[in-house]
Design a protein around this ligand. Structure first.
Ligand code: M6R
Length: 369
């Protein structure tokens, strides 16, 4: 039931304050300054011995895995590799004994991800699954796992499952971190910030008005570039995938600084670039990437934080459009910044008359190779 919403996708985007609350319910434990999961089925000693983590999945779940790589490396200090499940299943990478393979999947039925999981098990690795659908094949076959509790996702374009995946990965990073180097103080601070997420997401959704204006401006484009750095590079990839899937506009995501190594050749008056440029350590760096695009006549849309007026004035002078979202610590930026991109893909698809919930050539779960 879509209720008041015109499409499942829009309803699911607006459900995110609740779906994130559900992902975190009972899992943030202040007393330990850590997180807790019922279904990992692994004793902490074994987890502490993990020397490497492989995150694998397809499509949007693969993008969540890329965010997970930044999270695990920063907070748990464990080397992480991210693999497309479809590639991983046929490769023969050297993997050490103390490697944990984590399969990420909304449906729990994706054929490539299931095959990657089975191959990892066959080789004797410990496997975990992050799934949304309870009792799905991948959830049943993994040694342990964490459910997303996002509720049914009907729209073919994954939205709330993505933010739940990232939320669970952040909680896992705290958990692994607290078994290793992360101090109680740091763990506590992260938990405090995560507790505020549902409220912050609610606030973020008010960017819909900004997004509508931007959609009006760029919905006739034939190609769109998405640029971000660090935690927001995977979000740029995800934003581009959303747009491709449901509006059939060609889009590419890149690390903002890679532009000068080739893609900037695509920039012209008809090719908008969407920059993820929150306040923080890399602001000035991304700003200079943005100026390079502007200088070549490309329309620029910036997604940034409200608050600091002088910084905003500086950005306004360089950009054609601004979308404002709340400021959060860097590790939570992927959650906040993916929301305007979901809404933008949705709005553009509607303006182009596309079938948002059932885009052409796609199925909700890909159970063939
Ligand atoms: O159910 P899964 O998470 O395993 O699905 C993986 C991909 O097929 C899926 O994320 C796909 O890319 C979505 N349509 C993206 O919106």
């Amino acid at each position: 039931d879509r209720g008041e919403f015109a499409h499942h996708m829009l309803k699911e985007i607006f459900e995110q304050p609740d779906s994130l609350e559900n992902a975190m319910r009972g899992r943030l434990v202040e007393a330990d300054a850590s997180t807790h999961f019922g279904g990992l089925n692994l004793d902490p000693q074994k987890l502490r011995q993990a020397e490497r983590i492989i995150l694998t999945g397809c499509g949007t779940s693969y993008h969540a895995a890329l965010v997970g790589e930044y999270l695990f490396e920063e907070f748990a200090r464990i080397p992480v590799e991210v693999e497309y499940a479809s590639e991983f299943r046929y490769r023969n990478p050297p993997i050490d004994r103390n490697t944990i393979v984590i399969a990420i999947t909304q449906s729990g039925e994706t054929a490539d991800t299931l095959a990657a999981l089975r191959e990892s098990k066959r080789k004797g690795h410990t496997t975990l699954a992050l799934c949304n659908v309870v009792g799905s094949t991948i959830a049943r076959e993994a040694d342990g796992g964490v459910y997303l509790h996002a509720g049914p996702e009907i729209g073919v374009a994954s939205t709330k499952a993505f933010t739940s995946q990232v939320t669970v990965l952040a909680m896992l990073a705290i958990y692994f971190g607290r078994l290793r180097h992360l101090s109680a103080l740091q763990g506590m601070q992260m938990i405090e910030r995560m507790r505020q997420l549902p409220e912050i997401i609610r606030e973020t959704l008010t960017c819909y008005d900004d997004v509508r204006r931007v959609a009006q401006r760029i919905h006739t484009a034939r190609s769109v570039l998405y640029l971000g750095r660090n935690y927001l590079y995977p979000v740029a990839l995800e934003g581009a995938l959303k747009l491709k899937e449901i509006s059939y506009i060609h889009a590419e995501g890149y690390p903002a600084a890679e532009m000068k190594h080739g893609p900037i050749a695509l920039v012209d008056a008809d090719t908008p670039s969407i920059f993820l440029i929150p306040r923080g350590g890399l602001f000035e760096k991304v700003m200079s990437n943005l100026e390079e695009v502007k200088a070549r006549g490309g329309p620029v849309i910036a997604i940034t934080n409200d608050g600091d007026e002088s910084q905003l004035a500086h950005l306004r002078a360089k950009c054609d459009e601004l979308i404002l979202v709340p400021e959060v610590p860097e590790f939570l930026q992927p959650l906040i910044c993916s929301i305007p991109l979901q809404l933008l893909a949705y709005e553009i698809a509607v303006l182009r008359g596309c079938d948002v919930d059932k885009p052409r050539n796609l199925a909700k779960s890909v159970t063939v190779e």
